[in-house]
Design a protein around this ligand. Structure first.
Ligand code: GYE
Length: 321
């Protein structure tokens, strides 16, 4: 650590800034991109000594990882919180130990004891999906929407925001959400939820909303097996989130109708925040990633979508240009 006023004590990395990162797990392509981004941004040649812990989507493991970082006396702790609640006690412990905590990606609801957060506006992503579907249905003359939702990890802010954002459109437009179950942000999860949906709702649904691309890949496998036609040439509109590389390929080939990007490249923003803190500078409490959306048929040519700049989102942030 540095000797600037306000810089934390307890560095064990010589001149390097020691950073403990409690990562969610390895459930998706998005997560891999996130891990790579953080590891590249916190390399030794950039002045950091990164301790990376894969918490395997297990909240107890994640709390334990953070407590270990506190015990070791790292300079900074970075957390991508698996779920949004249950954080206040451990963040109080970090605060008492004088270790600043930076939150990335998913948000924390029940505590304000962190210094800064960088990530995405998940409710906005759900609203964007709703706005796109509304325009698409109008263009295609689809009168009734019977949707099946495959949610992400229950209690994660990504799942909560995407669910609420899309539901807002469903409620406002009289769309039916036939079912909404968690696929845990994994391909296997998406596949098994979709297999059971295909059995229970055969012939009754025309929209499938997957809360990440890996779930969408699993849902595609299940629909292929059940003979359900989806995508631009099918009977079922397939919507996804993340827009990872493999997801965008599916958009290009028309299998996924629309994919709402969540930008995982947060490492450099996080490293910048920590460098500023180490230099005794003040940092923004919130930093939002820029996120376009990708569709295989552009039904909104005259409308562009603008990322949330910190507003409390109650309406979709769509601006006619
Ligand atoms: O959408 C999903 C990942 O927290 C935004 O987690 C992230 C989500 C992402 O597993 O693919």
């Amino acid at each position: 650590g540095s000797s600037e006023a306000g810089a934390p004590a307890g560095s064990s990395g010589g001149d390097l800034i020691t950073v403990g990162f409690a990562q969610v797990g390895h459930e998706s392509d998005w997560r891999t991109a996130s891990t790579n981004s953080v590891q590249a941004a916190f390399s030794k040649d950039k002045g950091f000594d990164l301790q990376f812990v894969d918490c395997d989507n297990n909240s107890a493991k994640q709390l334990e990882a953070v407590r270990n970082f506190i015990q070791q006396g790292v300079d900074y702790i970075v957390i991508d919180p698996i779920v949004s609640t249950g954080w206040d006690t451990v963040l109080t412990e970090a605060q008492s130990a004088g270790i600043p905590v930076i939150v990335i990606d998913r948000t924390i609801d029940d505590s304000d004891k962190y210094v800064s957060w960088v990530g995405s506006e998940f409710t906005n992503e759900g609203l964007a999906a709703g706005a796109w579907l509304k325009a698409y249905a109008e263009k295609k003359g689809i009168k009734e929407i019977n949707a099946l939702v495959i949610e992400g990890t229950t209690g994660s802010s990504a799942q909560i925001g995407r669910t609420n954002g899309f539901k807002k459109y469903a409620d406002a437009n009289g769309w039916k959400i036939l079912d909404s179950q968690s696929g845990n942000f994994t391909q296997d999860g998406g596949q098994s939820v979709m297999e059971s949906y295909c059995k229970s709702y055969q012939g009754k649904f025309n929209v499938v909303v997957c809360q990440n691309d890996n779930e969408a890949f699993g849902a595609e496998d299940a629909m292929n097996a059940a003979g359900v036609k989806y995508g631009i040439d099918g009977d079922v509109v397939l919507i996804s989130f993340d827009a990872c590389k493999a997801g965008l390929k599916e958009v290009l080939s028309g299998k996924i109708n629309a994919d709402f990007q969540c930008n995982p490249l947060q490492g450099p923003f996080c490293a910048d925040i920590i460098s500023k803190l180490a230099a005794g500078q003040t940092v923004e409490k919130k930093t939002y990633m820029k996120e376009p959306w990708y569709v295989s048929e552009d039904v909104l040519t005259d409308i562009s979508y603008t990322n949330n700049a910190g507003n409390d989102v109650t309406e979709p942030l769509i601006h006619v240009t």
